[in-house]
Design a binder for this molecule. Structure first.
Ligand code: GDP
Length: 205
């Protein structure tokens, strides 16, 4: 029997809170779709593009400034969990440590249901990107990689860049790498389809 799907309304998204400690993490059983990426990779831009909002997730003016996890609720169906950006050169050791502790606390609770890791399609993933991939791998949940800033490379470079990302992050075969442009919108439908499928809804077109 065909499962009855209804539409997911992405425009019905609301900011819930900035979490800084375990007590702040919602634990109500709703799916938690987790976005991670290094500072300036375009994480806020990707989230805004997916939700069709201009300024929803703040486009960071001061990268790496704050260590908190932003929670958004999408159509009362799932949380969009925006992890703090990493790898910003000019953060203090103390702040770097706070990032690590917060990650450990979040991942230890097993709340993540879908991981979305954002990398820059132009560059070989950094050591921090590899560490983040290890976090997602260890979570043993479905996980996808968005290769953002597609508009910045030539068509002829795409395959090579995707292969380098896959190899460097040591991605299991089932983890898709999706070329994406938060600027132009490439990849948006594919990712929305995956999110909707994860939640058990039809994608909003
Ligand atoms: P965050 O720190 O990861 O949240 O990154 P932001 O969303 O603040 O984006 C960092 C910078 O990259 C901004 O200047 C964005 O306009 C730019 N940017 C983000 N995505 C893209 C993209 O797909 N293509 C291009 N050309 N620029 C992008």
């Amino acid at each position: 029997m065909r499962k009855e799907h209804t539409m997911l309304n992405l425009h019905n998204a609301e900011f819930i809170r900035s979490a800084v400690r375990v007590a702040d993490f919602p634990q109500d059983g709703l799916p938690q779709i987790v976005f991670a990426g290094k500072s300036n990779v375009g994480k806020s831009s990707v989230i805004n593009k997916l939700l069709g909002r201009r300024n929803f997730a703040r486009v960071s003016a001061q990268p790496g400034k704050t260590v908190h996890i932003n929670y958004f609720l999408i159509d009362k169906q799932a949380y969009l969990v925006d992890l703090p950006g990493y790898g910003y050169a000019r953060v203090s050791q103390a702040e770097r440590q706070r990032w690590g502790v917060l990650m450990e606390e979040y991942f230890a609770l097993g709340l993540l249901t879908l991981g979305i890791q954002i990398v820059d399609i132009r560059h070989k993933p950094t050591k921090d990107d590899v560490t983040m991939a290890e976090w997602f791998h260890a979570a043993r949940r479905p996980w996808i990689v968005i290769a953002n800033k597609l508009d910045k490379i030539k068509k002829s470079q795409i395959e090579g860049c995707l292969a380098e990302i896959r190899q460097t992050l040591l991605l299991p075969e089932e983890v898709p790498v999706i070329p994406f442009s938060a600027e132009k919108g490439d990849g948006k439908e594919v990712v929305l389809e995956m999110i909707a499928e994860h939640i058990g809804k039809d994608a909003l077109k």
